[in-house]
Design a protein around this ligand. Sequence first.
Ligand code: 13P
Ligand code: 13P
Ligand code: MG
Ligand code: MG
Length: 370
Amino acid sequence: MKKTTISVIKADIGSIGGHICPSRYLLDNVENYIKENKKDLLIDFRISYTGDDIAILSTHNRGKDDSEIHSLMFEAFMKGTKAAREQGLYGAGQDLLKDSFSGNIKGMGPAVAELEFEERKNEPFVFFAADKTDPGAYNLPLYLAFTDPMHCSGLILSPKMSKGFRFDIMDVSYTDADKIISLNSPEESYDIAALLRDPERFVVESIYSRSSGEQAVSVSTTRLHNIAGKYTGKDDPVMLARVQGNFPATGEILSPFHIAPYVAGFMRGSHNGPLMPVRFNTSVSFFDGPPVVSCAAYCVHGGRLTEPTDAFDHPFWDHVRGKVSEKAIEIRKQGFFGNAMLPYSELEYGGIVDKMEKLESRFKIKDDKK
Ligand code: 13P
Ligand code: 13P
Ligand code: MG
Ligand code: MG
């Protein structure tokens, strides 16, 4: 049987009323472009948004990093950018760092996560999209879902998971190429934790089952501001995860999201805020946040997608959202101070650099001997 590839490619190409959400017209333009130009490249596709980011989820048989698939998505985002400009949307074309396609969409701005596999008889998977944060936001939920029986009971209960998982972790501070370490859980889980502790530098790129060797997870690891060398928006990340059987159950992957860890992002991509699990197509609001994550659960069969079911649309998550709002308000009480704002190296604005330089020249060294 032919292998199935799931590709999700997302970009912020413009939004209504600030960095809030794309317009209907913009979404329709992206969708229609794919419909009209997909020829026989795609088996199926779905368009969705989370905050101001549009995701194109597609299925095909062409494998990862296929230049024709990536080109189709890039051109759809170019078409969308044109529509965004027509409407005068804010940040039109924000995530497109190049104006023509060159082989692979990675490094051109949009975020990419892809999985290629031989379909099981039943093939459930989940698609996460986050806004107002960066790829390291998934570090803690992934660590807990794949190494900790407090969240993943399958690690104790299912023989298919007893060998644990391999984590491929990227050092995103290295921008010349992908720099990756592979570490095995459970034996090396303290080493995994030591890296994932620092989500601005070390990011889970993928996770593999050690019993079958199959890939379970793919995370988009772009760091836009490392690529562009200046602030162009946060690298709002997408993630695909296969679930059940050799992999954690859907509920086990969702479990750690109730913690809503403080992540980098929020207003001007320069603060810390709790990662709030939200329904599909949710915009952002308070202080351009809080950072949000949505989860669409699907089954795929012969590359055909079912309709999505909204994993965070449940009374349980309403309760969590109330608590997360409280966490957001608590950290906002200290405004720019200390942990509420990101360290100097992570601030997304050049303005502060100029300010610090000016102030530096006004410091005087006191001569105590006089
Ligand atoms: P599977 O082993 O079929 O994935 O089922 C696990 C389960 O019962 C989910 O809660
Ligand atoms: P986006 O990265 O989602 O465009 O947000 C940028 C921002 O500065 C929000 O305040
Ligand atoms: Mg934006
Ligand atoms: Mg965004």
